[in-house]
Design a protein around this ligand. Structure first.
Ligand SMILES: [Mg+2]
Length: 215
């Protein structure tokens, strides 16, 4: 089985570090404060979010300028107040690793370097050897498909774990089992209505999480 985790709202609570970093990076590069104010980033990919903010500001999308500035600011933000690991995430990752027969990866809208930075500060990086990332496309389905391809285990069942409607939709589009967790910004009813196979309140009950995944 392939198990793919979202990061923000699922494994960690970034405590606003992403939005603050977005704001600071557009301020540093273009002198435009508050660029990300009012933007709903949950479930979106960086390949969608950053160009959309640039377009809103009426400036060209320049990833070679913006991404390095973003990573620099994000590193400072995480050093100042590291993201909180959500309850149960560490134990669940350890339980999955202990089985030895699973390919456990990421499906995250964060660009790869940002994902690695967040997981390193959270102490979870060792659990994830591959994934689909923000660079893989503006649609979340793009990065789920990329993650499945990188697992290189054709025909094996796939489980997608995430907190946002887009996680559920991307899972369904990829023919994967959708396990939603209501620790992000989205209520259980919303996730259920979109067709999540299971909605967990959080990841604290490891046995319940494994059962939800079909393990
Ligand atoms: Mg999320």
């Amino acid at each position: 089985m392939i198990v793919l985790f979202d990061i923000d709202g699922t494994l960690i609570d970034p405590k606003g570090a992403g939005t603050r970093s977005l704001n600071l990076c557009f301020q540093h590069v273009y002198g435009r404060p508050g660029a990300a104010d009012g933007v709903m980033a949950s479930g979106q990919t960086d390949a969608f979010l950053f160009p959309a903010i640039a377009a809103r500001l009426g400036i060209p999308w320049e990833p070679d300028r913006v991404y390095p500035a973003y990573l620099s600011v994000l590193g400072e933000e995480l050093r100042r107040g590291p993201a909180r690991v959500l309850p149960g995430a560490e134990a669940l990752c350890a339980a999955l690793a202990a089985r030895g027969d699973l390919s456990v990866g990421l499906q995250t809208g964060n660009i790869r370097a940002a994902a690695e930075m967040k997981l390193t500060y959270a102490g979870l990086a060792e659990h994830f050897r591959f994934g689909g990332f923000g660079e893989d496309g503006p649609d979340r389905g793009d990065l789920v498909r990329a993650a499945i391809a990188r697992a290189a285990r054709p025909g094996v069942p796939v489980v997608v774990v995430g907190d946002a409607p887009n996680d559920v939709l991307a899972a369904r589009a990829a023919g994967a089992r959708a396990v939603a967790v209501a620790t992000g910004w989205h209520p259980r009813a919303e996730l259920e209505a979109l067709g999540a196979d299971v909605v967990l309140p959080d990841l604290t009950d490891t046995a319940a999480c494994l059962h939800a995944m079909g393990l």
